[in-house]
Design a protein around this ligand. Structure first.
Ligand code: AMP
Length: 687
C-alpha cells in the first residue's frame, strides 16, 4: 500500500535529517548562508559534567524580523494584511499591512536603540493582546536583541523574578490589559512593583497608553516613557533601525516556563533553527501557504503557542494572523470564535481544549456554530487544531462532526502535542505534508484519519520513544515515559538561559543524556499514533498498575451530564494509591452513591476494576487551572493528602500561572466538607 504523504515526509526526515533540514533552510533569506546544517559536539559544564549536544546551522547568520516582515515588503506584498486585530473587549478592530508593520517596527527599533538597547540585550515584553505587542517583539528582534514575553497580568513578584533572571535592559508594557468581561486591569502596580522588587534594575520602561485605563503621567519615574510619544518623536526625526542579523545559534527569545516550585526556567529559542522550523511547520502542519491565507491562533503571546503561531509562523509565511483580545465566552458570548472565523475567512484555527469546553458549557447545542455554518460562513476553515493539554475524545468527536458538516471539504479537528521546550508541534496530523519534500507542493492531501484521544504522529524533527523509568523501551501499546531522541528539531531548546547545568539536570540527567525527558507519559499504538495520557507525575500507581489520569478522565467524561473531570490519586492503605475525581456536573447529583457506582461501572468497562474511584467531589468551580488552560492536578492531589492526614491548616502550593487563585480556596473548602460528612467521612475512616 502506498504511504500516506505525511508518512512519506517523516520517512524522508528519518532517512536523512541533515538533508531534510538543509532543504528547509534554503526557503529563507540568510544574511550569511550556512555551509554546515548540523554539528554535534560535547559540552563541558561548569560542574564538570560532560554531555553530547548539537547546533543547527552553526555558521549561518539570519534576521528573523527581515524574514517575517521586510522580505515580504521587498517582494511586493507590502499591501497584504499582516495583522488583523479583533478586540471585542474594547470594541476595536484594525488591519495592519506588512508595509505599515515594517514602518512601525523600524521606528520603534530606532527609538529603542536610542534608549540604549543593543544586539544581545534582553527586553521584557509585558503586554496585552494589542498590535503594539507584536510590533514590540519584532522591533526587539530587528535590533538583534532578545525578547522575553511575560504574560500580561502576572504578579509583580513573578515579573520581578523574570527581570532578575533575564537581566532585562528595558520593559515594553501598556497602561492596562482587559480581563475579559471584568474590564481593564491596570498594569502599573505590577510593573512598578516588579521593578521595585527586582535586584536588577531595567533602564527603561516604555508604556503604551490605552484609553481604557491610563498610566498616570504626573508621577513618572526616571526611565518611564510614553511609547506613543517616543515613537512620534522618532518618526518626526526620521529615526529608523535596519535589521541586524545574528548568528544562527544566538537567541531570538527567552520564554519562561513555570514550575510549581523553584524559579522559572528560561527556555532559549535560537534564531536560525526557529525561523526554519516555523516557516516549515506553519505550512506543513497548519496548512498556511502564504499571502492570502489566514491563521487564527486563539492563545496569548505570553505562551509558546502565541509566539509561534500568532506571531512568527504566519508572518514568516507572509500570511495574515488574527490577533484576538477577548475570551472564548463572555466577550460577549460563545459565538465570538465562530464570528471571527466567519468575518475574517479564517483557514486554520488553533486553540486549547479548555476553550472549547467553555464554549460547550455556554452553548451545549452549538447553536452559534450551526447558525454560521448553515449560512455558509465557515467554509474557509480547513482544520481546528487543539493543544495545551489532553483533548478528551468526546470533545474532539463533537467538534469534528460539526466541522465536517459546515467547513471546507475534509476539514477536521487535529490534536497536536508540544511544549515551550519544543517550540513547534512534536506530534500532529499535517495539512500540507507535501512541503516537506517539495516546498511548492501546496496540495491539500486528505489528512490521515484522526484518532480521538491521540495527538497524531511525530512531526519531522522529533524522534519519539516510550521508555520505562530505567530508560528501557516499553512494548508497543504500553504506557511509559515519553522521551525525545537527540537532536531535537531546529525549533527545540538546546539550553536554559544562563543555566546550562539546569538544562542538563531538567531534561538530560534522568535518562543518562540519551534522551530528552518531556515529563509526559503515554503510548504509541500499532499504527504509530502517539497518545499523550498525562504528565508523568500524574500517573497513578494503583497496586503496581500504572494508570493515567487522562484515561480515567476520558472514561468518566462519557457520562452525559459531566462537563469536566480532574482525576488525581489519593493515598490508599491497601493499594498504595487510588483514583479520586473532582467533577463538574449539571444538574448536581441527587444520589452520589448511585453516581459513584455508575462511574465505576464505566471505568470497569473502559479500563478494569483496578481503576475504580475511591470517591468524587461534584461541585462547580473547584478545578484549578493555569491561565493557558492546564488543570493543576498537583494542587488537588496535595489537598487530598492533607485531608487524609487531617492536616487542614497546611497550605497548598500553586504556580504563578494560576488563572484564579480563589478556586484553590473553594476546592479546599469542598474537600473539607466532603471528608467531614457522609460518603467522604466513611472513606476517610477506611483510609
Ligand atoms: P507548556 O510548556 O506550558 O506549553 O506545556 C507543555 C505541556 O502541555 C506538555 O508537556 C503536555 O503535558 C501538555 N500538552 C500540550 N499539548 C498537549 C496535547 N495535545 N495533549 C496532551 N498534553 C498536551
Amino acid at each position: 500500500m502506498a504511504l500516506h504523504k505525511q508518512d512519506e515526509a517523516y520517512a524522508a526526515f528519518e532517512k536523512d535529517p541533515e538533508s531534510f533540514w538543509k532543504y528547509q533552510a534554503e526557503q529563507l533569506v540568510w544574511h550569511k548562508k550556512p555551509q554546515t546544517t548540523y554539528k554535534k559536539f560535547t559540552k563541558k559544564l561548569p560542574n564538570g559534567i560532560e554531555h553530547d549536544t548539537w547546533q543547527w546551522y552553526p555558521d549561518g547568520e539570519i534576521s528573523t524580523s527581515y524574514n517575517a516582515v521586510t522580505r515580504h515588503v521587498e517582494a511586493g506584498h507590502g499591501d497584504n494584511i499582516a495583522i488583523k486585530w479583533d478586540s471585542p473587549v474594547t470594541g476595536s478592530k484594525q488591519n495592519i499591512t506588512y508595509k505599515q508593520l515594517e514602518e512601525d517596527i523600524s521606528i520603534l527599533a530606532g527609538a529603542l536603540r536610542e534608549e540604549g538597547v543593543r544586539k544581545g540585550d534582553v527586553v521584557i515584553i509585558y503586554m496585552p493582546m494589542i498590535p503594539a505587542a507584536l510590533v514590540g517583539m519584532l522591533a526587539v528582534a530587528r535590533l538583534g536583541a532578545i525578547h522575553a514575553v511575560v504574560f500580561g497580568g502576572f504578579s509583580a513578584s513573578s515579573l520581578a523574578q523574570r527581570i532578575d533572571d533575564s537581566r532585562a535592559k528595558a520593559i515594553l508594557t501598556a497602561s492596562c490589559g482587559i480581563e475579559g468581561a471584568k474590564g481593564p486591569l491596570p498594569y502599573k502596580p505590577m510593573v512598578r512593583g516588579a521593578v521595585e522588587q527586582a535586584k536588577h534594575k531595567p533602564l527603561k520602561v516604555f508604556i503604551w497608553q490605552r484609553d481604557e485605563s491610563r498610566w498616570n503621567d504626573t508621577d513618572r519615574l526616571a526611565g518611564e516613557r510614553t511609547w506613543q510619544r517616543v515613537v512620534k518623536g522618532a518618526r518626526d526625526r526620521g529615526v529608523r533601525a535596519e535589521n541586524v542579523p545574528v548568528k544562527s545559534n544566538e537567541p531570538l527569545y527567552i520564554i519562561y516556563t513555570s514550575g510549581t516550585t523553584g524559579s522559572p526556567k528560561g527556555v532559549v529559542r535560537e534564531a536560525g533553527g526557529h525561523a526554519v522550523g516555523l516557516n516549515f511547520t506553519v505550512r506543513y502542519v497548519f496548512g498556511i501557504r502564504g499571502p492570502g491565507d489566514t491563521l487564527f491562533t486563539a492563545s496569548d503571546i505570553g505562551w509558546v503557542v502565541g509566539h509561534s503561531y500568532i506571531v512568527y509562523g504566519p508572518l514568516l509565511a507572509g500570511a495574515s494572523t488574527i490577533l484576538f483580545e477577548g475570551k472564548p465566552v463572555g466577550t460577549p458570548n460563545a459565538d465570538t470564535f465562530w464570528r471571527i472565523l466567519d468575518e475574517h475567512k479564517v483557514n486554520t484555527m488553533f486553540t486549547a481544549p479548555t476553550a472549547l469546553r467553555a464554549i460547550r458549557k455556554d452553548d451545549p447545542q452549538n447553536k452559534f456554530f450551526k447558525a454560521r455554518g448553515e449560512k455558509g460562513g465557515l467554509k474557509n476553515l480547513r482544520a481546528l487544531f487543539l493543544a495545551g493539554e489532553r483533548s478528551e475524545p468526546a470533545i474532539v468527536t463533537m467538534y469534528n462532526e460539526l466541522i465536517q458538516k459546515h467547513c471546507a471539504p475534509n476539514a477536521t479537528v487535529i490534536d497536536n502535542w508540544w511544549s515551550s521546550e519544543s517550540g513547534s508541534p512534536m506530534t500532529s496530523l499535517a495539512l500540507l505534508p507535501g512541503v516537506a519534500l517539495n516546498f511548492n507542493d501546496h496540495k491539500f492531501y486528505t489528512p490521515l484519519p484522526i484518532k480521538p484521544g491521540s495527538a497524531g504522529k511525530p512531526v519531522p524533527g522529533f524522534t519519539i520513544r516510550i521508555v520505562s523509568d530505567d530508560g528501557a523501551p516499553v512494548p508497543q501499546g504500553e504506557m511509559g515515559n515519553i522521551v525525545l531522541g537527540i537532536p531535537l528539531s531546529p525549533t527545540g531548546l538546546t539550553t536554559l538561559w544562563q543555566d546550562a547545568p539546569r538544562f542538563h539536570k531538567s531534561y538530560l540527567a534522568r535518562f543518562d543524556a540519551k534522551y530528552i525527558d518531556t515529563g509526559d507519559a503515554g503510548l504509541i499504538d500499532a499504527s504509530g499514533f502517539v497518545h499523550i495520557m498525562s504528565r508523568a507525575d500524574d500517573v497513578i500507581n494503583v497496586a503496581a498498575h500504572r494508570l493515567s489520569t487522562g484515561q480515567i478522565e476520558q472514561a468518566i467524561s462519557t457520562h452525559p451530564s459531566i462537563t469536566e473531570a480532574a482525576v488525581v490519586s489519593i493515598p490508599d492503605p491497601l493499594k498504595g494509591h487510588a483514583p479520586f475525581a473532582f467533577i463538574a456536573i449539571a444538574p448536581p447529583p441527587s444520589d452520589p452513591a448511585a453516581l459513584l457506582a455508575d462511574l465505576n461501572a464505566r471505568l470497569r468497562h473502559a479500563i478494569g476494576p483496578i481503576a475504580s474511584l475511591a470517591g468524587f467531589i461534584a461541585k462547580p468551580g473547584i478545578i484549578p487551572k493555569t491561565r493557558s488552560g492546564k488543570t493543576l492536578r498537583r494542587c488537588l492531589k496535595e489537598m487530598l493528602e492533607h485531608a487524609v492526614a487531617g492536616e487542614w491548616e497546611k497550605e497548598v502550593v500553586y504556580p504563578a500561572t494560576i488563572e484564579d487563585p480563589s478556586v484553590v480556596g473553594k476546592a479546599k473548602e469542598a474537600v473539607r466538607e466532603y471528608f467531614e460528612m457522609g460518603e467522604g467521612k466513611r472513606l476517610k475512616a477506611k483510609l
